[in-house]
Design a protein around this ligand. Structure first.
Ligand code: GDD
Ligand code: MN
Length: 375
């Protein structure tokens, strides 16, 4: 038999996968890369490990810094993502790109105490545990470097995650954890690539099926660069709650799209008012108000609802034109459906709501597919 087709035996020159991959999402962390690698080398000395940086095309050359190290130490690798941004998405992509038995996620900015990795690995090696979370809220851990306000926000959102999603962790907002690769791969299709809260998502999606342990760690001061957490994190968190509560039926994006649509309705009325004061006929005023509201919705949706795919420059202009055409059809179908229902059900608000829902769903689905298509 030809031995080259035997897949079960180990091929000549084969190099087995490491036991542990540490996935490290980065955005503008150049100065921290060599420091972190040095610390990992020290802490994980004696283990089979690799560090996998997932960089969203940072302008400061983070991926070059990682690759430069990788040239002489193949345990250091880097995925460079172009045209995409987002912490959860970067973590998922990195975790899906490994053969290691265990996968950890940690921040690049040295705020996560890498020495906790050893305790985490030992818990997984015991075989009774699928996921180990490094927690700031266990005794022995802390997040004292945070301002009092941020500590409050962190605790508040943890409480919400526990109550609403039934996640029984002391620190569900932690960005530092280790999981069995096979368990992660099974859950991956259910995870949302938007947002910051990958751990909450993993635990909520597993619906109690993961055996979880926690180890304490002290959250350290950031050394170089700055935090990327901003007000949008709150929106992302709300999005995750909505998605998980509705079994991924209602996306937060759709709710956001509807909320923007409501503000557009207000703008529409305001335009009508102004046009009436200018002495325009109702038909003309209605056209101006409709176009004004569509442009308003486009700008807001581009900035908020589709923030991760927002259009700039020429695509912004062509996007606006497409959006206007789509919404015009949406408005016509809204009126059509409403009057058709009104023929059968003379309660005008039943007809009105049905028309509005129809229009919103149409505008959302078609805009998602044609204007802000995921690249
Ligand atoms: N690839 C990629 N893409 N990486 C990102 C992005 C992104 O869009 N945004 C942030 N990162 C990387 C950063 O470079 C850093 O390595 C890590 O993700 C954490 O980002 P920070 O900006 O340092 O977040 P933080 O310190 O404010 O928040 C940390 O603590 C939170 C707990 O309150 C993180 O660990 C959060 O995950 C955690 O929830
Ligand atoms: Mn940080």
């Amino acid at each position: 038999m030809d031995s080259s087709v035997t897949t079960t035996s180990i091929a000549r020159g084969a190099r087995p996968a490491p036991e542990l991959t540490v996935v490290i999402p980065t955005y503008n962390e150049r100065a921290n890369i060599p420091l972190l690698v040095e610390r990992l080398r020290k802490t994980l000395d004696g283990f089979e490990w690799e560090a996998l940086f997932v960089d969203d095309n940072s302008r400061d050359g983070t991926s070059d810094a990682a690759r430069a190290i990788g040239e002489t130490d193949a345990r250091v690798r880097c995925i460079r993502r172009i045209g995409r941004r987002g912490l959860s998405g970067a973590c998922i992509e990195g975790m899906l790109a490994t053969q290691a038995r265990y996968v950890a996620v940690m921040d690049a900015d040295l705020q996560h105490d890498e020495t906790a990795l050893v305790a985490m690995l030992e818990k997984l090696r015991s075989g009774d545990i699928d996921l180990v979370v490094a927690s700031r809220h266990l005794s022995g851990g802390s997040d004292e470097v945070f301002s009092a306000l941020r500590q409050k926000i962190s605790r508040g959102s943890s409480a919400i995650a526990r109550r609403v999603l039934g996640v029984s962790l002391s620190d569900p907002m932690s960005g530092f954890f280790m999981i069995r690769r096979t368990e992660f791969n099974a859950l991956a299709p259910q995870l949302s690539s938007q947002g910051f809260k990958i751990l909450v998502d993993i635990v909520a999606s597993a619906r109690g099926k993961l055996r979880i342990a926690e180890v304490p760690f002290v959250f350290r001061e950031r050394q170089h660069g700055e935090s990327k957490l901003d007000a949008r994190v709150a929106i992302d968190f709300a999005a995750l709650i909505v998605a998980k509560l509705t079994n991924d039926m209602v996306s937060f994006r759709f709710l956001m799209f509807c909320a923007v649509g409501l503000t557009g309705f207000g703008i529409h009325l305001a335009f009508l008012q102004v046009c009436a004061m200018q002495g325009l006929s109702f038909a003309k005023a209605q056209i101006v108000a409709t176009l004004g509201a569509i442009a308003w919705n486009f700008v807001l949706n581009n900035a908020l609802t589709y923030h991760d795919q927002r259009l700039t420059g020429w695509p912004f202009i062509t996007g606006l034109i497409r959006f206007t055409l789509i919404c015009s059809v949406g408005a016509l179908s809204n009126v059509g459906i409403a009057s058709w229902i009104y023929d059968y059900d003379s309660d005008w608000w039943h007809a009105g709501i049905a028309g509005a829902v129809m229009g919103a769903v149409w505008n959302y689905l078609v805009s998602s597919a044609i204007v802000w298509k995921q690249r």
